[in-house]
Design a protein around this ligand. Structure first.
Ligand code: GMT
Length: 372
């Protein structure tokens, strides 16, 4: 098949999933054309059968706001003709899904199919905003197929949007072997480390509740020798820094910034904190599990479909820093318990979220829309 993939090129989970999907599809002999305003972060090279098409953003004095969505739709149509695409797979409803539907109309001579993957905040935050809701609703209703990344997101979409259609759940995925290779996570060594490492990886939006990350770390480090590594960048980084200073733990916090591969960093982690207020899946929790790192997360959204409480991590109510701290201290102080969690986390990631089982689910959806 010839598939166009449109996604945010930044370090958010939707861009990561879209890029890894495209690379796996190309390995499976499909032609893949990425369309975005910059090369996606995880597209560090162009493997065989993969191309990248940049949407140029120009500024005209006449226009106060450049109509990016229209430029995107034009580029999608141009690439659909150039690469003779069968499918446009839009990741995130706004603006990719809406622009893909416009492109489909522009290239009316081809029977171009639009597959839309909803990732979470396009339903819970952005797409649900009053200025976008009618467009988001039309996009979900009109795409040839719609996938969602968890059962929770499926229910939430149907609850928040007046749409009547099938939504197929396709979970986020990882490559277990690559995680093992890149992580080099040696369990005996990890139990011998005296200073424990807590890690948080995100785009530092308010939904990530970075204050809870720092507050939990401060409580934990009052009980045992620990450090906190903050990976990624975003608007709440200064909030994290200020709170760490206020709580007197700043010198034990390392700010790493954006990285294209998280597995090598996860090698240093003893546990991952993900105290989000909403999370449709929690790709970063899955990546941690694949690297043998237990997760302490909010019991919210799609997270319980990924992290098993008491086995691969612990879940606590949103904002319950005390409970998160208790779970963290228990895991960090008990090497045998942590070893069990590490092994269970790796096994659960490989069993339920291996790309070899999930990429074919997307292929089956492509085939079913092409057959209609
Ligand atoms: O988490 C973010 O803020 C980034 C966001 C995105 O769209 O890039 O992530 C969403 O999509 C990921 C991939 O499907 C999911 O694993 C994340 O849980 C989801 N984030 C939220 O729902 C907050």
């Amino acid at each position: 098949m010839r598939i166009g993939i449109c996604c945010y090129p930044t370090h958010g989970g939707s861009g990561v999933v879209a890029t890894e999907l495209g690379k796996h599809l190309a390995e499976r002999k499909h032609e893949v054309a990425f369309i975005s305003y910059a090369a996606p972060l995880r597209l560090t090279e162009l493997p065989p059968r993969v191309s990248f098409h940049e949407v140029e953003i120009e500024q005209y004095p006449l226009l106060k706001h450049f109509p990016y969505t229209l430029a995107l739709a034009s580029k999608m149509a141009e690439v659909a003709r150039l690469k003779e695409l069968d499918i446009l797979h839009a990741h995130y409803a706004i603006p990719f899904g809406a622009a893909a539907l416009l492109a489909k109309q522009i290239v009316a001579e081809r029977d171009l199919k639009v597959v839309l993957t909803l990732h979470g905040t396009d339903i819970t935050l952005v797409g649900n905003n009053a200025s976008f809701k009618p467009v988001t609703t039309m996009t979900i209703q009109s795409a040839d197929a719609v996938t969602v990344v968890s059962n929770w997101l499926k229910d939430e979409t149907l609850r928040q949007f007046p749409v009547e259609r099938e939504l197929s759940v396709v979970y986020n995925f990882i490559d277990p072997e690559r995680h093992q290779l890149e992580t080099c996570h040696c369990i005996p060594d990890c139990t011998r480390r005296t200073q424990k490492t807590l890690m948080h990886i995100s785009n530092y939006r308010p939904v990530k509740r970075v204050r809870d990350v720092v507050a939990t770390f401060a409580e934990v480090s009052a009980v045992l020798d620990a450090r906190l590594i903050l990976v990624g960048d975003g608007p709440e980084i200064p909030v994290a820094r200020e709170l760490a200073e206020e709580l007197g733990v700043l010198e034990r916090v390392t700010f790493v910034g954006v990285v294209d591969r998280v597995a090598p960093l996860l090698a240093a982690a003893d546990l991952l904190l993900l105290p989000s207020s909403t999370e449709s899946f929690g790709l970063v929790a899955l990546e941690a599990m694949a690297s043998g790192v237990p997760v302490i997360a909010s019991d919210i959204g799609g997270i319980p479909e990924v992290v098993r409480h008491g086995s691969t991590g612990y879940l606590a109510p949103v904002g319950d820093v005390r409970q998160m701290t208790e779970h963290a201290v228990r895991l960090l102080q008990d090497n045998d318990l942590r070893r069990h969690f590490c092994e269970a986390a790796k096994a659960a990631a490989a069993e339920a979220f291996d790309y070899r089982n999930l990429v074919p689910q997307y292929e089956a959806i492509y085939r079913s829309v092409l057959d209609t």
